[in-house]
Design a protein around this ligand. Structure first.
Ligand SMILES: Cc1cc2nc3c(=O)[nH]c(=O)nc-3n(C[C@H](O)[C@H](O)[C@H](O)COP(=O)(O)OP(=O)(O)OC[C@H]3O[C@@H](n4cnc5c(N)ncnc54)[C@H](O)[C@@H]3O)c2cc1C
Length: 467
């Protein structure tokens, strides 16, 4: 390092990243390569590093819902994950499943991949990455930079902060027999045989829970309840379909958009490509479509279309879809249309009042536990101390529907007045209210690169003194 470099870097506080799931880990890896020599990266994580809600599962039945070929951590090296899989295949062939729609690995293996990337980055630049195993509960401005406060009361100065706080889990709460957080440890444990378990929701999280219950020895039945009773579709072979060139009217109206998609899907079916190619073709323009929809049209999407969109967009790998089919056929899993209208809790059982779809009368179902699996909650429901503190200070605001944080096109966090805060960034599922399609690896990896490049450029532009 030159003398000039040394004097430059010595005066720059580190860049802090809050959250070390996929998003935060990837930003850290990129920054480790692009920040000026000597400037540190603080990677702050409340739970496990390089893991997050998605990849913390220890159940090998939980497969990725994206093909291995699309799960590279790097957009510019699309085969990276698939190549890494080759190096571990001999150890755990049962965790890599070949299907007619491509290979699907277990989510635990993806975690191993992420950990290996983080380990390599740490080894490659000793001292550059500093892991802070703590929950960050507050961030305040400090001159041109920031100071982060941990739940334990420690403080860390930073020149810039990246919020990668991801899928905020629902708060644990309610009753011991009514679990509101489907990802909490032990949520499928401690059951006895004989009485059903009721799951609210029939999506991907319900499927994870049903597999956990089955693999944990529970004999069933598991009753999954949702208004429409829709299960996710399965991945199947499909070919790429050209991204439709939508006109302004289609971009502004959910009904016109749907009509166009149906038309595209019919054409794709007729040409042997199938509807999956059409759904996948929207990925590059989904954020733009979402960004241009009026609040009223977004509301229409959320009320009427979202459940259908979700089951077509977020699909099950074939091995998992086969297991769902088997669980349905054996009666272990029962899917019902309706809603939970109330619950009376006894010592070891719950009398769940179910309002079946289309029926006049509610019915009572006696179950031993209710687990809510209705998806990642909005930031308003999740009640993260950090988000509350940032919003309380006026350093952040929620997006219009309170899904998460409001950010600019370039991922800068907007303050209470809507102005971007220099040096404060956010990415991943926590900004899904702004982009919608930014929760899965193929989208998040692009955001991670963009944020890292912006932070590095900012640091260079700020020079030795600023921030
Ligand atoms: C169950 C599940 C399965 C999924 N499966 C797939 C899949 O197969 N393929 C795919 O592409 N996508 C999948 N996804 C989408 C997933 O959102 C992304 O792949 C990706 O994991 C998101 O990463 P993230 O780091 O933004 O969020 P998260 O994984 O949620 O990580 C956020 C991290 O931030 C930490 N954190 C939060 N607040 C604080 C704080 N205040 N202080 C310190 N740390 C904090 C959390 O502890 C957590 O580790 C899945 C999502 C879920 C929920």
């Amino acid at each position: 390092m030159s003398e000039a470099d040394r004097s430059f870097t010595a005066s720059i506080p580190p860049v802090a990243i809050v959250g070390a799931g996929f998003s935060g880990t990837m930003v850290a890896l990129h920054l480790a390569e692009t920040l000026p020599p000597g400037q540190q990266v603080l990677l702050c994580e409340a739970e496990s590093f390089a893991c997050g809600t998605a990849y913390g599962t220890g159940n090998p039945s939980h497969l990725l819902n994206v093909r291995a070929a699309n799960m590279s951590a790097f957009a510019d090296r699309p085969a990276h994950f698939a190549e890494w899989l080759e190096t571990v295949r001999w150890e755990c062939p049962e965790q890599i499943r070949a299907t007619d729609a491509g290979e699907f690995a277990s989510r635990g293996l993806f975690r191993r991949y992420l950990c290996s990337l983080l380990d390599r980055a740490e080894a490659g630049a000793p001292g550059r990455l500093q892991k802070i195993p703590a929950e960050i509960v507050d961030i305040a401005r400090d001159g041109a930079g920031f100071v982060l406060r941990t739940a334990g009361g420690a403080s860390h100065a930073a020149s810039a902060v990246v919020l990668a706080i991801g899928n905020l889990p629902p708060p644990d709460g309610g009753h011991v027999l009514y679990r509101t957080n489907p990802w909490a440890p032990g949520v499928t444990k401690g059951l006895r045989q004989g009485l059903p378990v009721l799951i609210r929701g029939t999506g991907l999280t319900m499927v994870d829970l049903a597999l956990d219950l089955r693999d944990g020895g529970f004999a069933g039945p598991v009753i999954a309840l949702s208004r429409r009773g829709l299960l996710p579709h399965r991945h199947a072979p499909s070919r790429p379909w050209p991204t439709p060139e939508l006109d302004d009217a289609e971009r502004g109206s959910i009904s016109l958009l749907l009509a166009r998609l149906r038309w595209e899907a019919q054409r794709a079916e007729a040409r042997g490509v199938g509807w999956r190619g059409v759904v996948d073709s929207l990925r590059p323009i989904t954020a733009d479509i979402w960004g241009r929809l009026s609040p009223a049209e977004r509301g229409r999407f959320l009320r009427h279309v979202r459940p259908y969109w979700d089951i077509h967009r977020h699909r099950l790998s074939a091995p998992v879809a086969d297991q769902v089919q088997a669980m349905l056929e054996s009666g272990f899993l029962q899917v019902r249309r309706g809603r939970l209208a109330g619950a009376a809790f006894g010592h070891e059982r719950v009398e769940a009042l179910i309002q079946p779809h289309g029926a006049e009368d509610a019915e009572t179902l006696t179950v031993q536990r209710v687990i809510s699996a209705t998806g990642v909650p909005s930031a308003a429901e999740a009640a993260s101390p950090l988000v509350q503190a940032l919003c309380g200070r006026g350093m952040a605001r929620l997006d219009a529907r309170a899904f998460g944080l409001d950010v600019t096109e370039t991922l800068a966090v907007r303050d209470a007045a809507g102005q971007p805060i220099p040096g404060l960034w956010a990415l991943g599922p926590i900004v899904r209210g702004v982009f919608w399609e930014c929760v899965a690896v193929p989208d998040v990896r692009v955001q991670a690169r963009r944020v890292a490049d912006a932070v590095a450029a900012d640091t260079r532009a700020a020079g030795p003194c600023a921030r």
